[in-house]
Design a protein. Structure first.
Length: 206
């Protein structure tokens, strides 16, 4: 990515997404994560538990909806959000018959009623799209939305100096940090350059 673009993104850590989606609408830019299939690790994870009937799911930073539409096809009752109004308008237009509730919302300031509200939360490459200085806050917010299961999909890097993002891939200690606010780690898998990490909340016994 050209260094001028990087400087602009560092100065406006969440606003540049809207600019990019608006440019894509105008046909003057392409969105790198605009791919027609769900994330492969999500598909593999879902093989083990393919039935979403009766379960709610929240997709963080949903972009054009590849993961949210996939979860809806498994029967999950899906809410998906993105900070970019243009992305949300585009995903609604692309999927006019969708059962997914697409919402404009900011992960760093999520609606209060979403607190621990979703059986499954899927976070795919949103935290890594934010500067490292925002990772701890974003990770804590993601964890706060989880009722039962959290799936984190991200590009991996080792501990060490900050890369010249975006993206800013997640380190082992950042992956560990999702196990907060009552969540515990179920499994962490690093496949070459990617993380698939699952966390769970024990349900309170009556
Ligand atoms: C790298 S893209 C990944 C999109 C999608 N998860 C996928 O895999 O196709 C990151 C997405 O997160 C959204 N995003 C960035 N910051 C956000 C925030 N604070 N709250 C909600 N969405 C955010 C961006 O607009 C963008 O759509």
């Amino acid at each position: 990515m050209p260094s001028d673009d990087r400087r602009l993104q560092a100065a406006n850590p969440t606003g540049w997404f809207e600019d990019l989606y608006a440019e894509a609408e105008a046909g003057t830019a392409s969105v790198p994560w605009d791919v027609p299939h769900p994330q492969q690790h999500l598909v593999e994870w879902a093989h083990e538990a393919p039935d979403g009937q009766g379960r709610s799911a929240l997709v963080v930073g949903c972009g054009y909806g590849r993961d949210s539409e996939f979860l809806a096809s498994l029967g999950y009752d899906v809410t998906a959000f993105d900070i970019s109004p243009t992305a949300v308008a585009a995903v609604r237009r692309r999927h006019p018959q969708s059962k997914v509730r697409y919402v404009v919302a900011d992960l760093l300031n999520p609606p209060a009623e979403w607190h621990r509200a979703f059986d499954l939360v899927v976070e795919n490459m949103t935290v890594q799209a934010l500067p490292v200085s925002l990772h701890a806050e974003a990770i804590e917010k993601v964890a706060s939305l989880v009722g039962s299961t959290l799936l984190v999909l991200a590009v991996a890097r080792d501990e060490g100096p900050e890369p010249d993002g975006p993206p800013w891939p997640l380190t082992p200690s950042e992956i560990k940090a999702f196990a907060t606010d009552g969540l515990s780690t179920r499994r962490v898998h690093r496949d070459e350059s990617r993380w698939l990490a699952e966390f769970g909340r024990q349900l309170a016994m009556n």
